[in-house]
Design a protein around this ligand. Structure first.
Ligand SMILES: Cc1cc2nc3c(=O)[nH]c(=O)nc-3n(C[C@H](O)[C@H](O)[C@H](O)COP(=O)(O)O)c2cc1C
Length: 356
């Protein structure tokens, strides 16, 4: 069995659509130690779905990479695990958090939290048949009346899971409440396998506070990375990196180039990359530099992820940042086209200014 060190790692969360290979590479470039694929349905892999198989591609040769699977049937899960192993995955993560109806109706994702013993059987079987570690990503529970993460975590430990990630919200809460890091701390005390804490990290100091408070082994970051992929560098260097407009343009340009390397530099490749990069701009546009002093108090009361997603008014008089931080979907498409069609920062700036 391959050994993975789960201590003090920064992990890019599994992100459907967002966790495409160019984005995972960008996060690895900025210091993500471990990346995870978008959620792949085991039954689709089993049926030979080619689109689903693409999700198994490794981020890079050297980084640690896991494939996240949604599964409920052991035989199908074992086949899917083997496909991920054949594609070079370092570990498999079982999704027990997906809240969407289609997944839950098929008895996968957060549905699995409702029957801890049945879930443990599935994980035990996957562990037995897999040559690489099996981890599990869970939520606090199905809803506020059924918070059972501690019970689930204990079952998963007994079943042989190598690590557990807790996203401290219930399925029914979605993103309406702040993530429960006290529950992360409680699970750390209850089990002996590494616990990865996840939820609401947007700054290096929130990362530090949450890790210190919960004593979790490692941190997983989702929306914080979509908004500022350089968050991994900030956490590692223990300081905010407030990007100038030029630096932002450089990062977005690097991402657009990586998209083209992946999808193709021709018209067809650009056509495929445009909606995906536009989608990323709906998150990247939320980036707004934060001064630690000004916001530290606020972040203690409310996670910055929830209070800082408003439109930054002070950029109204800055024509470049006005567009780069625009919440308007039309601007996201235009930015995507501009970055995919030009490499020159001067030309990019000129094109963005024309959108005002
Ligand atoms: C766009 C998007 C896609 C997501 N896709 C997945 C997924 O495929 N599998 C999964 O386990 N969680 C998924 N999540 C949940 C995240 O992995 C993470 O648990 C959640 O966003 C909380 O972390 P954060 O506060 O750092 O964003 C997704 C979240 C977002 C915003």
């Amino acid at each position: 069995m391959k050994n993975i060190d789960w201590k003090n790692k920064l992990i890019l969360a599994p992100l459907t659509k967002g966790g495409n290979l160019p984005f995972r590479r960008l996060c690895e470039h900025f210091g993500a130690d471990i990346t995870i694929s978008e959620m792949a349905y085991a039954y689709k892999l089993f049926q030979g779905d080619r689109k689903e198989k693409v999700l198994l591609r490794r981020t890079s040769k050297s980084g640690v990479f896991g494939v996240q699977l949604a599964a409920e049937n052991l035989g199908v899960a074992i086949e899917a695990c083997q496909m991920a192993i054949d594609e070079g995955a370092d570990f498999i993560d079982l999704n027990c958090g997906c809240p969407i109806n289609d997944t839950v109706k098929r008895k996968m994702g957060s549905h699995l939290l409702q029957k801890p013993k049945r879930l443990a059987k599935l994980v035990e079987g996957m562990v037995r048949h897999s040559s690489i570690p099996i981890t599990v990503k869970i939520r606090s529970g199905w809803d506020e009346k059924n918070i059972n993460a501690i019970e689930v975590a204990k079952e998963l430990e007994s079943a042989g899971a190598s690590a557990i990630t807790l996203h401290g919200r219930t399925r029914s809460q979605r993103y309406s409440k702040k993530a429960d890091w006290d529950l992360v701390a409680r699970i750390v005390q209850e089990i002996n396998i590494p616990v990865i804490g996840n939820g609401d990290i947007l700054t290096f100091y929130e990362a530090e506070q949450k890790k210190e408070k919960s004593l979790c082994a490692s941190l997983m970051i989702g929306r914080g990375a979509l908004i500022k992929p350089w968050i991994f560098k900030e956490i590692k260097e223990k300081k905010s990196w407030e990007l100038s407009t030029q630096e932002k343009i450089e990062v977005y340009s690097q991402f657009a180039e990586s998209m083209k390397d992946y999808f193709g530099h021709d018209d067809f490749g650009i056509k495929r990359a445009t909606p995906i990069l536009a989608w990323h701009f709906s998150f990247l546009s939320k980036y707004h530099p934060l001064s630690k002093e000004k916001f530290e108090m606020q972040s203690k009361e409310h996670p910055l992820m929830q209070t800082r997603l408003d439109y930054p008014e002070e950029w109204n008089n800055d024509p470049l940042n006005k567009i780069l931080s625009s919440p308007n979907e039309h601007h996201h498409w235009k930015l995507s086209e501009i970055f995919l069609n030009s490499k020159s920062p001067k030309k990019i700036e000129a094109c963005i200014l024309q959108l005002n």
